[in-house]
Design a protein around this ligand. Sequence first.
Ligand SMILES: Cc1ncc(COP(=O)(O)O)c(C=O)c1O
Length: 361
Amino acid sequence: MSRQCEALIDLDAIRANFKFACGLAAESQSIAVIKANAYGHGAVEVAHALTASAPAFAVAIIDEASALRDAGINAPLLVMEGVGSGYELQYAARQNIAIVIHSDEQLHLLERTKLPARVAVWVKIDTGMHRLGLAPERLQDAIKRLRASDNCDPSIVVCTHLACADHPDSLRTDQQLKVFDNCVAGLGVLQSISNSAGIMAFPRSHRHWNRPGYMLYGNTPFAGDVRQASDLMPVMTLQSEVIAVRDIAAADSVGYCGRWTAGSPATIATVAIGYADGYPRHAPNGTPILINGHIAPLVGTVSMDMITVDVTAVPGVKVGDPVVLWGKGLSVNEIAHAAGTIGYELLTSVTNRVPRRYLHQ
Ligand SMILES: Cc1ncc(COP(=O)(O)O)c(C=O)c1O
């Protein structure tokens, strides 16, 4: 007997979210970020769904790009961490895959490797996040060398990544934008800065290319904002079903270590999903679960394959009833907030045991 635990992926929703992201920045082009298996949604399926609307796709590593090429995705791709060997660089050049150059090592690699074709380059500068990128004062020299190299396509993009755009009150985004603008002034290059939060909260960060990721999957990127953003439609609905229902007495405990004890007689529904499916083990008592259209609290420790829910206040819950863990009707941000993490982590943590079912392919 197979479980009814599945992740429903609404491809119409992702197309609408992409359109919404583009509409917020009409002067920019948007490269759809589909790294980490499209944030857990299935990179190949998402790429197919967006092929007609997205001019290009971004992934983190070359293996993700090659998986897309192997699956027949011919759209322009960008590898945001760039390449680490001559072999990878040659593959990128052969397969028309743009690369980020964020370090001197990568710049040297491009200069000294013999390539079958020019490769499109995005040069990343470190404007304050201090994770990846050339120091701003290195940019002029890097552009000069890239323009002199037969390996580099002439249409160079200069990019950076925002550290705090999901905190719109932080002054750090403005500081990063200043550093960026000073650095690219007069260079005659294309530019790229915005992630989802930049697109939504910092119009000044909109440039030739924006890089929306999380918002495409239907959720607001803003830290602490657990509401469903009204203009975005959740793409993944993680759902399962009730596999057992029992009544317990006051003072009975539920689950491993008896983490929750009933204060009065209660009805407990056991739901077929656990941390081996990607439901967060740290979700505390009280984390909302949607059963038969009602919110009910998680009670007891999350097990590998099951969770337990106090459905005392939900009328008539029975075996086979559908349960939504997050998605339509219950924002993944809300579950993440309860579990002390972010929606990005939850979406990318749904394991292969959970089949993805695609709607509106
Ligand atoms: C370099 C870069 N650009 C864009 C994105 C997309 O960010 P978001 O998912 O917040 O839109 C990411 C994601 O982490 C990233 O690393």
